[in-house]
Design a binder for this molecule. Structure first.
Ligand code: UDP
Length: 328
């Protein structure tokens, strides 16, 4: 089953491409390299191209006889999206529509789409289920929710088969320390925390200590990127034709910002200096996945069950690659 992964040279996309390659799939990354990294996958598996280029997409899908698309390519930062909604709506929504049009022209009938836990309305306890109330209140979240809707409408009208995966907090690195997280600018908690023991920054800022949680800091469900990748493979293999499903991907366990910092201290054996900062725009108290549906229907279970192992994998990567992948 030949597969095309848009954004396949990115953090999650490249993990999925490597996972599919290891399982013998004929998979290609389609990536502009604006955010992605050439070094994150074998050169012969990378097609450099723009998501906005419909004719190129159609050509690639026809030439490679693509059977399914995994759509990772997107801008991903909640905070940035509130400052640059035009770019977010354009890159995420308009270009996704172009991709769907290209798939239609090339007669590709299956898609796995990377959505987000940010589509849900806030909660202060328990876990989010796929049918929990929604409130996609940042341009980023709204763009992802809109694409979910586009895909569902295309499915009803044109018989597209789809799986929407709502990610919680992707993190961690490959166990051999070769592939990991490298965003520019980096905004995610775990890589930023690890910059302190790496000597790249003096302290980590904590965005808000007054949330209604036991220690006052936000709670997130940290899910290893390779476990996300495995869910994509399963979604592809189980995809119904002409219909769709939606799944949360998370471990089901939440950790506070302070717990992440303490665990990073354990992993690195170093004290990590902290500073209290005001709340960050767009942050929500608690994001924890109810992932029973994914476990039951796709037989998925996370390999990385605890935060210590996840941060240990990230530490291995950052120690080996203090400047990330380096120049593309
Ligand atoms: N966070 C923080 N300091 C930082 C970066 C993040 O306190 O320098 C907090 C952030 O407010 C959130 C959690 O860490 O509660 C996870 O943030 P991240 O950006 O990694 O992921 P998000 O949940 O926003 O997708």
């Amino acid at each position: 089953m030949p597969v095309l992964a848009t954004g396949g040279a990115g953090y999650v996309g490249s993990s999925a491409v490597r996972c599919l390659l290891a399982k013998g799939y004929d998979v290609f990354a389609y990536d502009s390299l604006i955010k992605g990294h050439r070094q994150s996958l074998p050169a012969e598996r990378l097609i450099i191209g723009e998501l906005a280029d419909k004719n190129r997409l159609v050509q690639v899908m026809r030439d490679r006889k693509i059977d399914a698309v995994m759509h990772f390519a997107a801008f991903i930062s909640v905070g940035e999206s509130t400052e640059r909604p035009l770019e977010y709506y354009h890159n995420n929504i308009v270009n996704s529509l172009t991709l769907l049009e290209a798939m239609q022209e090339a007669d590709v009938k299956k898609i796995v789409f990377s959505s987000t836990a940010a589509v849900y309305a806030p909660i202060t306890e328990g876990a989010l289920q796929e049918d929990s109330p929604k409130n996609p209140d940042s341009p980023y979240a709204f763009s992802k929710y809109a694409i979910e809707r586009l895909i569902a409408d295309f499915s009803r009208a044109y018989g597209l088969g789809y799986t929407i995966l709502r990610y919680f907090n992707a993190c961690g690195a490959s166990p051999d320390g070769r592939y990991g997280e490298d965003h520019d600018p980096e905004t995610h908690l775990i890589p930023l925390v690890l910059r302190v023991p790496l000597g790249q920054r003096k302290k980590i800022g904590i965005f808000g200590r007054d949330y209604p949680t036991p220690d006052g800091t936000c709670i997130r469900d940290y899910i290893h990127v390779d476990d996300l990748a495995d869910a994509h493979r399963r979604a592809l293999e189980a995809m119904p034709s002409g219909r769709g499903s939606i799944y949360n991907i998370g471990t089901g366990t939440g950790h506070s910002v302070l717990e992440v910092i303490r665990t990073a201290e354990e992993v690195t054996g170093q004290k990590i200096a902290c500073e209290d900062l005001p709340r960050r725009n767009g942050d929500t108290t608690r994001l924890v996945a109810g992932s029973e549906k994914l476990r039951k229907e796709l037989g998925w279970a996370p390999t990385y069950q605890n935060l210590h192992d996840i941060i240990e994998s990230a530490w291995r990567w950052h120690r080996n690659h203090p400047d990330g992948y380096g120049k593309n």
